[in-house]
Every structure is written in structure tokens, then in C-alpha cells.
Design a protein around this ligand. Structure first.
Ligand code: CMP
Length: 154
């Protein structure tokens, strides 16, 4: 139990978006994720084409920000990651902060680095169901590693 909540080991999907690459904050974003006790189980760089970006964000089809979002997400490569840990889905959303950096709490990734509600540095799955779909969207099971913490002594 943590804060009265039951601990659940979960996997979530994180995208470090094209604006993070251009702002050279990829390393900082990954460090924040690791420093918050989350474990990286899969990671790769991909350049989404428009069709894949449209499919990934299909739930937003019809909204005014959909086409600009698809254009942005396919404008340059992204880093996609499978991140795990206790309550990883909720924890990662908390670390990311609210969609629009103006609404995000201080010290969250989006508050620190995002320019606006579209160019908002990271995506993190919003539910167990989304995490399952989104991880499958980018990763084959053999690209996700169940590695162990070992205290290597020099
Ligand atoms: P993300 O967490 O990747 O999920 C959907 C994305 O749509 C979101 O981050 C933003 O990049 C974008 N988005 C959501 N709401 C808006 C908005 N009101 N205006 C522009 N972009 C948005």
C-alpha cells in the first residue's frame, strides 16, 4: 500500500514526442522517469507516418486538434518506451502533468518543457486498456525485456 492505495505492477506506453528531440530534452525526460522509480523495459526510435499517427490517435478523430496533432507527430521521429512499476499508469501521468503546460503542476515534465497543449513533450497511456493497446501498437513482446536490478560492484 502507498498513500492508502493498493500497489499494482503495471506497464504503460510513453512517447517522447518530436518537440522533445528538437528541444534536446530526451535525456532529461528519461532521467525523470527513472528517478521516479519507473523501469524502462523497452525503448526505440520510430518515425510515424501519417497513417500510423492517425491510427494511434483514432479516439481523437473528428476533434479540431486531430489533424494538427497527426501532422506534428509525423513531422519528426519519436522515442517510444514501455515503462513499468507499481501503479505505473497513474504515476507516469502524474509525472507528465496535465495536457496543457499552463495547467500542469510545477516540476512536471510538461510544465518544465512543453510549449503548448499540442507540443507537450510526452504521451503516457491513460488506462490499463489504453496501455495494452498502445504497447501492442509499437512493440513486439520480444522487444520488451524483463530485466533484473543487479548491484554491480567494480
Ligand atoms: P497526448 O497525451 O499525446 O494525447 C492526445 C494529444 O492530443 C495530447 O497529448 C496533445 O498533444 C493533443 N491535444 C489534446 N488536447 C489538445 C488541444 N486542446 N489542443 C491541441 N492539442 C491537443
Amino acid at each position: 500500500m502507498a498513500n492508502g492505495r493498493k500497489m499494482k505492477k503495471e506497464e504503460t506506453l510513453v512517447i517522447i514526442k518530436p518537440d522533445a528531440l528538437c528541444q534536446k530534452v530526451v535525456g532529461k525526460v528519461i532521467s525523470i522517469i527513472e528517478e521516479n522509480g519507473l523501469k524502462i523495459k523497452g525503448l526505440k526510435m520510430i518515425h510515424l507516418n501519417k497513417k500510423d499517427a492517425k491510427n494511434f490517435y483514432i479516439e481523437h478523430k473528428g476533434k479540431d486538434f486531430y489533424t494538427p496533432l497527426v501532422n506534428f507527430m509525423s513531422s519528426n521521429p519519436c522515442i517510444v518506451m514501455v515503462v513499468s512499476g507499481n501503479n505505473a499508469i497513474r504515476k507516469m501521468r502524474k509525472i507528465a502533468g496535465k495536457t496543457n503546460p499552463k495547467d500542469a503542476k510545477p516540476m512536471t515534465i510538461r510544465r518544465m518543457f512543453a510549449r503548448d497543449g499540442r507540443h507537450n513533450i510526452v504521451h503516457a497511456s491513460d488506462s490499463k486498456k489504453s496501455a495494452k493497446r498502445e504497447i501492442k501498437f509499437f512493440f513486439k513482446r520480444n522487444e520488451i525485456f524483463d530485466w533484473k536490478y543487479i548491484n554491480y560492484k567494480l
